[in-house]
Every structure is written in structure tokens, then in C-alpha cells.
Design a protein around this ligand. Sequence first.
Ligand SMILES: Cc1cc2nc3c(=O)[nH]c(=O)nc-3n(C[C@H](O)[C@H](O)[C@H](O)COP(=O)(O)OP(=O)(O)OC[C@H]3O[C@@H](n4cnc5c(N)ncnc54)[C@H](O)[C@@H]3O)c2cc1C
Length: 422
Amino acid sequence: MPMRIESRPDPMPRTADAVIIGAGIVGLAAAFFLAKAGIRVVIVEKRRRPADLTSARSGEGVRAQWETPGAIALMLRSIELYRRFADLTECKESTAGLNQCGYLYAATSERGAAGLAERVARQKARGLSDVSYLTGSEARQRFPTLSGAVSGAAFRAGDGTVIVDRIVEGYLAAGYARILTQTQARQICVRGGAVEGVETDRGRIATGLCIIAAGPYAATLLQPFDGAPPISLIRGQIACFDADNVPADHPATVDVDNGAFWRPDSSGARITAPADDSETIAIPIDDPRPDLGYATRALTSVSRLCPFWTGVAKTAVARTVYCGLYAVTPDGLPVIGPMPAVRGLFLNVGFGGLGIMASIAAGERLAAVISGAHGHDPRSAFAPERFHDGRALSVEPMTLNLYREGGSAHAPPPNADSKEQA
Ligand SMILES: Cc1cc2nc3c(=O)[nH]c(=O)nc-3n(C[C@H](O)[C@H](O)[C@H](O)COP(=O)(O)OP(=O)(O)OC[C@H]3O[C@@H](n4cnc5c(N)ncnc54)[C@H](O)[C@@H]3O)c2cc1C
């Protein structure tokens, strides 16, 4: 039985085994795995449709090229699950649209190339065996679109892109959950240190289990609770172009010297411009505005590394600029697990710029803990406890560089030239 979408439900369900707040890709993935574990899930979603906020505005990039062992392992698992999505959802037609076109980081500066070589060595030591460092000439030989000025590159063929709409369709077709749209959670009701319900604008649902998957609104819902993880909001943008002559099989490509990113998509490409600054947003809103001139800035930033873009840019037409909020933790990693001191409250939040790629493995992980298949490890890289138990955080630099001045949404290595911050 597919997930059922009920708009402004009347009557509201009075009870549920579990209530998930938020039907973005993170909430849907959690619902899918919880349902597989036999847990009766109700999702409350304030918008008209599932996966209509941050999840609809991404670059759809998936990659295992991260630095911390936890992030590498989580993303390897996600890519594996996306690869087997049709089997997982038991529906032949439902693929995740995974295109393992590879992810290429390239530098024209010597410092950038040295940074990439060092990063690849660190990644290999931490479990990512199939990432390669390429010298400038090796990189140009393999990818003739690259500029003659390229001095070094890092490449992993198993990385690439997915199609969010297909993933959402797959969850909806296979998931066994009720999704109540246009229904806003106002408060998580707790008595005696345990969850007893979720108060919505359409009435209360009694439950002993609540999962927060509210994307940029997670911190607002967590405000009443001591020990909540710190989450800040950063505005992010990506421009989508209709363009001819963009090689459809080109890897997703990051210029580590200026921070620009591009990847082919069905009608052209998506491009992230180098960030001039990262704007922090105090109060979440659904529709932050993109910068004026963002598409032009994006388009002009990619030809430095891939000169064919100079020609393509002449006829490329900006279809849209997506703008959304990254929900970012201090170490750049998501929070997946039980909220300390509140029985029955679980977090699946703080996914920053990696929620499309991480959501599926995160959902699997969370469902395993909730169903009792695995115990929760408070020492894990994603444990909610990590911000309050005095440990030194294991920071994921490939996420956090993104939010610093001059970083890109796809994070250059720590010691590249130009705008990169330490
Ligand atoms: C420009 C940009 C590019 C990106 N590129 C990539 C990329 O290439 N790869 C990648 O992996 N990630 C990328 N990301 C990040 C990714 O999009 C997010 O991490 C991911 O979408 C987060 O999913 P989510 O389900 O947590 O949040 P959302 O999709 O925002 O879903 C949260 C849902 O909760 C609902 N909600 C909130 N509060 C309530 C409430 N009180 N009651 C009911 N419903 C509520 C919201 O309406 C929303 O539908 C990018 C993000 C941006 C902005």
C-alpha cells in the first residue's frame, strides 16, 4: 500500500505509533524505513506537497568524497542504497535516478593541487579506497573539457547525482505512511520526561514517538528542550540553466580555487557560484530570495576550469535560481538519534548541504535504533549527545568550508588558494 497523502485531513488521526514532523526527503526516508520495521507512521507536513521545501531546491549531488570517517561511511551506504533503490522499494520502475557520473575536484593553483593530493591521502586512510588523485596532465587526458591550466584533480567515479522527484515517488509508492499535508506541528507534548503527543494546528495526535525532520524549522521546534543541538541557518543558491552542448556524461565538477560547482542535468546544467559571503538567517522562512545577478555570476564562474562554457554561456538561458536554507550544526554533520532526556523524541536534523545524499542512510540508521534492531551509540559521529558531553567535535571540513566566506556548496580543500578559509 502506498503512502497516503491527505490534505487538511478531517477527521485527524487521533493516535499513531510514530509522528514524523516534516515530509522532506529526510522525513520520507525515515518513514519508509520505519514502516518497513512495522511501525505505523503519520507524517505532518505544513506545505501542500511532500518534499516541496529545501529538498526541491538542491544540486542533487551524491558523493562519498568527505573527510571524516563517519561522513564517508554514511555516504557510501547512501550511494549503495540509492543504487539498489528499486529492490529496496520492491518496485522495478522506481529508481533513484542515480547517475554515477563521478565527482571531480580540480585546481589550477599549485596550492590547490597540493591540497587535493593531501586530502585524497587522508580519505584513503579513512576508508575511501577508490578516490584518485590525478596530476594536471592525467586529469586533462581523462577529461578533455578541462583547461590547460589545471594542475591537479581528485576524482571518484562512484559519486554523481540522483533525481529527487524519483526518490520521492519511490518512497510514496512503497512506504505505508499517512502524510497529512497543510498540517503544522506546533508543539511536542512531553509529560514526565516522555513524549505523549504532537499538537498540530488541526488537533492533537497521541503518540509515544516523535521524530523531528523539519529541515530549517527543526531548531524552532526544539527550542523548549534543554540539550538540543545548536543549528544555524545559512542561505544557499543554485542556478538551473537550459543549455545546449553540455556533455551529459560530464562529472559533477568543482573548481577548488574559486569554489564554483556545476553538474549536467537533463536540460543543461545546475551551477553554484562562488559564495561572496554566507548569509546567516536568524528566523526560518520558506522562500528566501536569491541574489540579483546570481545566475550570471554562476555562469561566468565555470569557464575558468572548463573553457567550453564560454561558448555554451552565450545561448544558455537561466530557468530558475533555487534558494533555500542549509540547517547547519557546528561540526557540519547531521544529528541522527534520540534526544537525551526526552523518552520517545528522535532527531533527524542538521543536514546542511548534504541531506539529499545522507537522508537514505540516515533513515535506515534511525529506524534501526527506534525499532530496537541496533542500540544507540552516544559516542557516534551523529549522536545528539556530542554537543554537550564535553568531547572535541570531529569537524567535517568539506561541509564547514561551505559556510565560510568564499567557500562553495561543494567545499574546496582547506588549503587551496584564493578565497578558501582555513
Ligand atoms: C542550494 C542548495 C543546494 C543543495 N545541494 C545539495 C546537494 O547537491 N546534495 C545534497 O545532498 N544536499 C544538497 N542540499 C541540501 C539538501 O537540499 C537538504 O539537506 C535536504 O533537502 C534537507 O531535507 P529535509 O527533509 O531535512 O528538509 P526539507 O526538505 O526542508 O523538509 C522539511 C519539511 O518539514 C516541514 N516542516 C517544517 N516545520 C514543520 C512543522 N512545524 N510542521 C509541519 N511540517 C513542518 C517543511 O515544510 C518541509 O517540507 C542543497 C541545499 C540547497 C539550499
